[in-house]
Design a binder for this molecule. Sequence first.
Ligand SMILES: *Cc1c(COP(=O)(O)O)cnc(C)c1O
Ligand code: SF4
Length: 361
Amino acid sequence: MSRRDDLRRPEELVAAGLIDPTRLTEIARVAERFALAITAPVLDLIDPDDPNDPIARQFVPSEEELAAATDEVADPIGDGPYTVMPGLTHRYPDRVLLKPTHLCRVYCRFCFRRETVGHGETTLSEAEIDAAIAHVAARPEIFEVILTGGDPLVLSDRRLAAILDRLEAVPHVEVVRFHSRVPVVDPERITPETARSMRRRFATWMVIHVDHPRELTPGAAAAIGRLVDAGVPVLAQTTLLAGVNDDAAVLEALFRRLVALRVKPYYLHHLDRAEGTARFRTPVAAGQALMHALRGRLTGIAQPTYVLDIPGGAGKVPIGPTWIVPEPADPAADPAVAAPEGAPRRWCVEDPAGRHHDYED
Ligand SMILES: *Cc1c(COP(=O)(O)O)cnc(C)c1O
Ligand code: SF4
């Protein structure tokens, strides 16, 4: 089977009709700063005649990327201080990020790690992987290892198996989680053997990154099916992006399709403030309104948690919407209902239709 090449050079964007030739010089400057790659299956999804194509918007560079807004930073989620050695980020006690490569199959224009992915030192050496796994082995509180990057599925099956074999030798590692865009953007990479080799002593989970329902092609659906059939539970993470998916009908279609493919929507990410990503930004209130609109109308198993990675490294937290708030203080409230000093016990709760109800503890 012949696989068509990725699009990696600005000239190829012109040839594919994705940018006007007059923009070539500027776009080449963007591509020098932030890596560029579009796989053939993704290219097939783009309608070059649609200036608002939601797939093109995610992957085709724009001149706007060179104008960093003042609130944008190189390390928006604060990985730096928690990176204890090359490729290993340890922020939470029970789980670590292991980044065996900084390469991806596609480069998203809104990537939160765009300063590190796709350039510089790209792949960990054997010795660096050994050192990272020694860090894990020395800490029994580490329950889960998250393989991310970059995209770990850029590595060959042989190199992945070597990492999984070494993790299998650490008895307290009970879960290994992959974060990857590959099942969507290069589904043929997920062969039945790849999927089978992930079935291990520990539970292997796959979290796919998918932002628009059109990305879930028959090929992607088949790759997901191979993973689930091999015993690898699949979750999805989606980044909320202006002009791509900041629309209740688009999100609803995406989350429904995922559940129909046996994938649980896990997180809807509020966009991190990486440099040159202003055109994708949405207000928090808009994200909350979208999540509010989906509650009740969309099956509960298709509802992700809307999260913010707090700038600076404080961690990820759910950011709403809020369905229940304390009632204004009621001095006549029944004193027989015990509540800790100062804690509210009378609440106002909203239902999916927007009606308000009293609720008392
Ligand atoms: C996002 C992240 C995780 C995973 O967080 P979950 O909420 O468990 O998905 C782990 N470590 C770091 C450093 C992270 O940024
Ligand atoms: S696949 Fe993930 S890490 Fe790679 S460019 Fe996209 S957002 Fe960044």
